[in-house]
Design a protein around this ligand. Sequence first.
Ligand code: DGJ
Length: 739
Amino acid sequence: MPILVKEQQFHLQTAHTSYIFHVMENGELGQLYYGPRLHDQPAFPELTAREEHGAMPAWRLDHPDVQPETLKQEFASLGKGDYRDPAFQITGEDGSRISEFRYQNARVIAGKQRLEDLPATFDDSADDAQTLVITLADAVTGLTLALSYAVFPHQDVIVRSAKFTNHGRATVKLDRALSLQLDLPDANYDLLQFSGSWARERHLIRRRLRSGIQSVGSLRGASSHQQNPFIALARPDTNEDQGAALGLNLVYSGNFLDQVEVDAFGTARVLTGINPTEFGWQLAVGQSFQTPEAVLSYTDRGLNQLSQQMGAFYQQHLVTPRFAQRPRPVLINNWEGTYFNFDEEKLLAIAREAQRLGIEMFVLDDGWFGHRDDDTTSLGDWDVYAAKLPNGIAHLANQIHGLGLQFGLWFEPEMISLDSDLYRAHPDWTVGAPHREMTPGRNQFVLDMANPVVVDYLYDKMSHLIEDARLDYIKWDMNRNITEAFSQTLPANRQEEFAHRYMLGVYRLYARLTAAYPDVLFESCASGGGRFDLGMMAYAPQAWTSDDTDAVERLRIQFGTSYGYPLAMMGAHVSAVPNDQTGRITPLATRAAVAYFGDLGYELDVTACSTAEKAAIKAQVAFYKAHRDLFQQGTFYRLDSPFTGDKNVGSWQVVSADGRRAVAARYQILNQPNPAYNRLYLRGLLPNQRYQVAGDDHVYFGDELMHAGLLVPNLLTTTQGVDASADFSARVFVIAAVD
Ligand code: DGJ
């Protein structure tokens, strides 16, 4: 029984963790414990014991010892003596911002229901999930607050969300409505955040918590390249293999906030949810507001374990089941190969060559619609560009399908160009504030996804193409962030709802398309990694990880991304050199060795490759297919971090579920003269099992490979006889059990 309810005390148990909270004297909820699993008890006096502090507001005259500021609360508001940032705030009809939500009842429900309008976790596979719903009520406004805790025992995950319903007599305004609050009893943690910018997304930053507020977030209308909703708190001595850590992520793609506040007593309040800046919601009588879900997980077995259990959770309980385990096709995308400059003949030549190399899907990227020859026109006009493709998309698709390849198409549904028939017909569909100039981004503007008519238009256009061209795949791009946030469909007092309503419109379009065309694989993209988040993953099982295809940059980007997301979510392509983002020339083998650890694709003009390059690509594709189950579904371990030490080496590994097969790779950015002694310590093998490493006759036991490691020979001791740079090298190790 993962949920134990006793005398207004709630104990959520997973295989290895406990989460305990209770109803306090005033009827509000108090947080008691989150960490390694505890035996259940009728009461936890040590956890509820309080200290009295001087000169602090108390709840009531007869309760001077109950001082909100010193309590660990479960979902706190502001204004009654707790001065930390709150989980929610409500302005009542009279302008008061005080609320007191008191316990009403608790229900335990078998399984986990999806949410109506938001992407959400589920338990279709009857994986023993249970959901606890606590209902609280505020007597003055008549609002109820339902706090939901879905407990997934096998992955040590708890999913939380909150729902406000107005049962009162007047409209109120939600000024903030976060998804999760967690008051931890101490602040002896490092905060791990994943930060960067376009083309260098999700670099790991690790820093100690300090007094005051530390936060990451986005106000871009997208989860963003700059910060990611995934964060972790780890004890200072926690590393990849041991130590306590908790991970937090949000099933949301818009403006978000992840915040940790360390207070005067050294406790840490964690908050996550929709960013309160640029948010406000009029909650009329009879209406509800549902927050996005927050995913919480804990382990005392290190950061690899945290990533593995959260990744396994997403694959089982977030990603659409039809695709979660389905092998993802090796694709070729024409973007870096041709950019806007292509015609049918060129595309077919690439597709034919790709097919000979073993590639399984051809993806036609930007430039196939309207009259689009560069990024200044045609977004919104989702009809074929006849000058480039006079026979139409369906004709091209038929020929691609005739080669035995799947066919995928690029869209950027949420965008509009001024030079488009759509803009000429419906300028009011564009996001923009009255009497203000619209700010361009990549020469384009944003469609008002809060307007249901826009969603209908896009659904009609996209579904027509899906059917006409029998699309197997859609790449859904989004190449700018929102400015002048305003919808012509919303009244003045609802404009603060725009950012969230925009996301609800995006989700509605995704939900309709994925329901109507369940076999179409969606890959989300926002100039690469600008919307790499769980909200997208609920509809699009994989995402284009970054526009940066340089192997060295990708090593860091994929390494950082792997903390929060499994490899099956990461689109990873081999492109041509010099690389278009960095100008760097890396060996083809290194580019592939990085791209193997994700959903492999190629993004170059294969017709321009030499015979030797084509042979290498053919071998790479065959290698990937032979180990695809490991790369896409195996257990992933980070071994050596490119973010620490001399930052010159990175290594990682995937292992099969039974521990009998593994592939590891070690990357060295710059070659070094007379380098230090170097070993690669593998993980996740069976200690008593014998293994062979491909190309090596010796038979190792798993314990030797893990604890004594593999010697990684010096790459070069001299440059004599070398005809290419010895920098940017990669070594791939294939390990298989032998009986
Ligand atoms: C940004 C994407 O990340 C690229 O892969 C490509 O699709 C371009 N947009 C096309 O405009």
